[in-house]
Design a protein around this ligand. Structure first.
Ligand code: FE2
Length: 248
């Protein structure tokens, strides 16, 4: 632990207003998030400090780069569960994934191989270049199959920031929105921050997520929720956020 770490630990950490993180890359060695059990435990300790006791592990599932399956994730999941028990951490882990809507996803969905969160929720990621051509049809097909679709960090897709009506359309069609806390901090740029604030003002934040890939992300979030801005914003967002309703 560096000097920064020692300094950090002296301050009382403000807690989040919910106990369930529905988006993170804490499962080790399966995507570009945590690369080891040790890194995962450090991140989970940070989650605990923020008041999180349920962590849904949403590793990337993307064509070519991370073609994860239930089998490929399960091994890491069981190892992490053992490590959490050994450490005596008071955290429940759940296995799910963050699905990029691409050709690999189409295959996995057709084969009924998806790994939903409790309540049949599925976290979906758009392309960062442009909206998927058949997004509406795909969301509809998923809902018909009984899935509850959650769009991961819609505020980060800059192609929406000049056509925010589209967000309302998607929301009315039943898609739910998960906003990254990191977006409020400006970590993903001003456009993403503006959009995140727009979602807050319009009461359209259904879920919050850390989307943490490493301990640095955790520290940025920990600092931000200690801020004056979050003290005002948090209670407003809390009116619409349903993170804890996933685990029931
Ligand atoms: Fe993510």
């Amino acid at each position: 632990m560096g000097l920064f770490g020692i300094f950090r630990s002296k301050r009382e950490q403000v807690k989040l207003f919910y106990n369930t993180d529905i988006h993170c890359h804490i499962l080790p060695g399966v995507d570009h998030g945590s690369q080891s059990i040790e890194q995962s435990l450090e991140m989970l300790r940070a989650e605990q400090e923020m008041g999180i006791s349920n962590v849904i592990l949403t590793s990337h599932v993307t064509a070519v780069t991370f073609e994860n399956t239930r089998e490929s994730l399960m091994d890491a999941f069981l190892k992490l569960k053992d490590a959490v028990a050994d450490e005596g951490l008071d955290i429940n882990l759940y296995l799910s994934a963050e699905y990029r809507m691409d050709e690999y996803f189409d295959k996995e969905f057709a084969a009924d191989h998806l790994i939903p969160m409790p309540g049949n929720h599925i976290l979906l990621e758009n392309s960062f270049q442009q909206e998927l051509m058949n997004l509406d049809e795909l969301l509809f097909d998923m809902q018909v199959k009984g899935y509850r679709t959650i769009l991961a960090h819609p505020e980060r897709y800059t192609y929406y920031s000049r056509r925010r009506k589209r967000y309302e359309q998607l929301h009315n069609a039943g898609a739910r929105f998960q906003i990254n806390i990191l977006s409020f901090t400006g970590y993903f740029g001003e456009e993403a921050r503006d959009s995140a604030l727009w979602f807050a003002r319009n009461g359209m934040i259904d879920y919050l997520g850390s989307d943490m890939h490493n301990i640095k992300h955790a520290h940025i979030i920990m600092d931000y929720i200690n801020s004056k801005e979050w003290r005002k914003l948090g209670p407003e967002i809390a009116q619409t956020v349903k993170n804890d309703m996933i685990i029931v």
